[in-house]
Design a protein around this ligand. Structure first.
Ligand code: GAP
Length: 500
């Protein structure tokens, strides 16, 4: 089996497990779902909350130079004029005349193939050239089987080129394979709505496509009310909405998602230093959540990729089964955003620096992360299959800090007073963490269910507990079982989570 097929298989198994165990459901599934929207189930919501709590704890609670904010999703539409979203936040969209498929032009690729039958064009959808080649593999194999050989002559991205009508004919539709793609059109990604009873041009508003602008719009409020001094940051976690042309790769590109964003304001001459600081800190942060550093990449953008106002930009990327893709972007945005809001609002957004005795518009470093993408990376990283005593086992190796359930408590059998002791331990732990109690079925099956949920330890009350007050603690990863005094369960879990 090719690497691409294996990875595809992994995504299928993962999405099946996520549904079966209540991590992620399709939104409004009983009505057939809605493309690009997802719900987090009982285990997923704990995972997501743990990610957000870890970020808030590490970036806000434990730092002296950060304050938090929680802004409204709908803002005065002038915000989006100032930010440039109304004018420029658009993707090139391309439609197929034949099958009515709709794609993002920058994700459409033409793979030109030479065989005995001549030159033919395969249409595929992919993020980059290596993945375009991978995606074309099955079709290439078919041609090679029929014609004896199939050589790739060229792989072309439809980005930009498709905007020119005469070049549309060079690309095949990734869905139906016909040369029937239409010239691309620009499509604004902001969701539009109306505020109030009357739907008119004057009542148009937008769902925010990023949380960042709420921070800029409140810069003056925060400076005036919270005695922050440069350098300092403002952090926000919240929902954002983008009417993505083609939501893809499970929750990776959705139409409703959550962001964790920081705007870190600093003196202009210190922005390069702070950019490097945040880029490196944010990269490292993901390893503390349990993502292997070998699966994480820091990609510094080339000069040609930078926005005209940006002095630097880097992406933290993760090796997902569907390819290496962005988890977070860190950008040195100079004074662009505050200056634009100053111009559009007419309000003074300068800062008076006591030290230098001067007034200026601070520069800003923006680390902008996605909650859903972090959760998806954690799910991909955690998924594993092994064999225990000849039986196949699926387990989610979450770091205890982000595992949805921290422990499960079982009585070995449902009699002899074991359930009562187990329930008392469960209640004691449950006052501190999400913990699960289960007394049904064979103990082996109960262990397997928790392995799939990613629960780091299972605590079992057995015959010996009734005599010496000890319980067995089974480790999800090593499968080792140790006996500890039942009064030590809470401390044991806290140690495991790195809390003591
Ligand atoms: N304020 C800067 C900003 O929003 P971005 O690169 O467009 O930058 C930041 O988004 C992060 O938000 C991304 O790295 C990603 O984690 C998340 N994100 C963006 N669009 C998303 C989508 N359609 N679905 C899920 N997450 C998304």
């Amino acid at each position: 089996m090719s690497e691409a097929n294996k990875q595809q298989g992994l995504m299928e198994k993962l999405t099946a497990l996520a549904k079966r165990r209540g991590f992620i459901f399709q939104s409004s599934e009983i009505y057939g779902g809605i493309n690009g929207f997802w719900d987090y189930g009982p285990l997923g919501v704990e995972l997501k909350r743990n990610v957000k709590n870890a970020w808030w704890h590490d970036m806000v609670t434990t730092r002296d130079d950060m304050v938090g904010l929680d802004c409204s999703i709908i803002m005065n539409p002038r915000v989006w004029e100032a930010s440039g979203h109304l004018g420029g936040f658009a993707d090139p969209m391309v439609d197929c005349k034949q099958c009515k498929g709709r794609f993002r032009a920058d994700k459409v690729w033409a793979v030109k193939v030479q065989s005995k039958a001549g030159v033919q064009v395969l249409g595929v959808e992919a993020d980059d050239e290596p993945h375009a080649r991978q995606a074309a593999e099955p079709a290439l194999a078919k041609i090679a089987k029929k014609q004896g050989s199939a050589d790739v002559l060229e792989v072309l991205s439809a980005d930009v080129t498709l905007l020119q009508p005469d070049l549309a004919a060079a690309f095949a539709c990734p869905s139906c394979g016909q040369m029937t793609l239409m010239p691309a059109r620009k499509f604004n990604l902001m969701f539009k709505t109306y505020v109030g009873a009357i739907e008119s041009e004057n009542s148009v508003a937008y769902l925010r496509p990023e949380t960042a602008q709420g921070i800029f719009a409140n810069f003056k409020n925060v400076v005036d009310t919270s005695r922050v001094k440069l350098p300092f940051g403002i952090a926000q976690i919240g929902k954002s909405f983008r009417n993505e042309i083609n939501p893809r790769n499970y929750t990776f590109r959705s139409r409703e998602f959550e962001q964790m964003e920081i705007e870190f304001f600093c003196r202009p001459n210190e922005s390069a230093k702070w950019y490097e600081y945040w880029r490196d800190l944010r990269h490292k942060w993901y390893t503390n959540l349990g993502l292997k550093s070998s699966n994480l990449h820091l990609r510094e953008h080339g000069k040609e990729e930078l926005a005209h106002y940006a002095a630097g930009c880097a992406d933290v990327e993760y090796e997902f089964p569907f390819g290496v893709s962005e988890l977070e972007g860190i950008a040195n945005r100079g004074d662009y955003d505050l200056t634009r809001h100053q111009e559009f609002s007419g309000k003074d957004l300068t800062y008076f620096d006591d030290e230098a005795k001067e007034r200026f518009v601070p520069h800003v470093i923006e680390p902008s992360a996605g909650v859903d993408r972090t959760c998806l990376a954690l799910l991909c990283e955690a998924y594993e299959e092994d064999e225990v005593e000849g039986e196949k086992r699926t387990l989610m190796r979450f770091h205890p800090r982000i595992a949805p359930l921290k422990a499960a408590v079982f009585p070995l059998v449902k009699k002899e007073g074991m359930p009562e002791v187990a329930k008392a331990i469960y209640r004691d732990l449950k006052a501190n963490f999400p913990v699960y109690y289960d007394e049904k079925g064979a103990i082996g099956r109960r262990y397997r269910r928790q392995d799939e949920a990613g629960t780091p330890v299972c605590i079992t009350v057995d015959g010996q507990t009734l005599q010496d007050q000890t319980v067995t603690v089974r480790d999800r990863d090593s499968l080792q079982q140790v006996r500890i005094d039942k009064s030590r369960c809470l401390a044991y879990l806290k140690e495991k989570m790195g809390l003591i």
